[in-house]
Design a protein around this ligand. Structure first.
Ligand code: FES
Ligand code: FES
Length: 184
C-alpha cells in the first residue's frame, strides 16, 4: 500500500517519496494549517492527527503515515461549519497571532473525542505539548471547556480510534470524516 488518506481522501504516493509528513502536507499538498516552527518536536505547532491521535508532523516520517489516516486543521471543518473547538476558540478570543491555534485545536478536538467533558486538569494535560508564545493559555483552556458540551453532535461521525504507526506522543484521539477545505 502506498497511499495516505488525508482529510478523508486517499492519495497515492509517487515512487521515492520520503521526508517528513509536515513538509509533504505543506508542500505538494498545499495544506498549510500545520505550522513549521521548532522542527525539533518541542512546540506542537505542527500537530496533526494520525489515525485520530495527535502527532508531531515535523517528527513523523512520511513513510510511517502510509496506509493511515491524517487529519489536518482543514479537515476539522464539516460542511462549511467550524468544529465546536474552532468556534469556541473564536468566541473566547483564544488566539493572538494564531500560529499555535491549528495544533491546539486538533489536540483539543482529539481530547473531546475520547473525553467529552474533561476537567481543567485533563484539558491542560492534553494540551501540554503545545506551546503558545502569545500566552493565550487561559483562554484556550476556556475555549475547550466551552466546546465541551457541544461535541455530542459530532461524536457520531467520529470513527473508533485505531492504533498509531509511530512512536509519536499522543494525548487522545479524534478524527472527522467530513467535507474538507483547504486553508491557512
Ligand atoms: S514544529 Fe513540530 S514540534 Fe515544533
Ligand atoms: S496565539 Fe500566538 S502562539 Fe498562540
Amino acid at each position: 500500500m502506498t497511499s495516505i488518506e488525508v482529510n478523508g481522501e486517499s492519495h497515492e504516493l509517487g515512487p521515492g517519496l520520503q521526508g517528513r509528513l509536515l513538509a509533504w502536507l505543506r508542500g505538494p499538498f498545499g495544506l498549510t494549517g500545520a505550522k513549521p516552527a521548532c522542527g525539533e518536536g518541542a512546540c506542537g505547532a505542527c500537530t496533526v492527527l494520525l489515525d485520530g491521535a495527535p502527532v508531531l508532523s515535523c517528527q513523523t516520517q512520511l513513510a510511517d503515515a502510509i496506509g493511515h489516516s491524517v487529519t489536518t486543521i482543514e479537515g476539522l471543518v464539516a460542511d462549511d461549519h467550524l468544529h465546536p473547538v474552532q468556534q469556541a476558540l473564536i468566541e473566547e478570543g483564544a488566539s493572538q497571532c494564531g500560529y499555535c491555534t491549528p495544533g491546539m485545536a486538533l489536540r483539543a478536538a482529539a481530547l473531546l473525542d475520547v473525553d467529552p467533558h474533561p476537567d481543567d486538569d485533563a484539558i491542560v494535560a492534553a494540551l501540554n505539548q503545545n506551546l503558545c508564545r502569545c500566552g493565550c493559555y487561559a483562554r484556550i483552556v476556556a475555549a475547550v471547556r466551552r466546546a465541551a458540551g457541544r461535541t455530542s453532535a459530532i461524536s457520531a461521525v467520529v470513527p473508533a480510534r485505531t492504533s498509531r504507526p509511530s512512536g509519536q506522543a499522543a494525548a487522545s484521539s479524534g478524527r472527522h470524516r467530513r467535507s474538507r477545505r483547504r486553508g491557512t
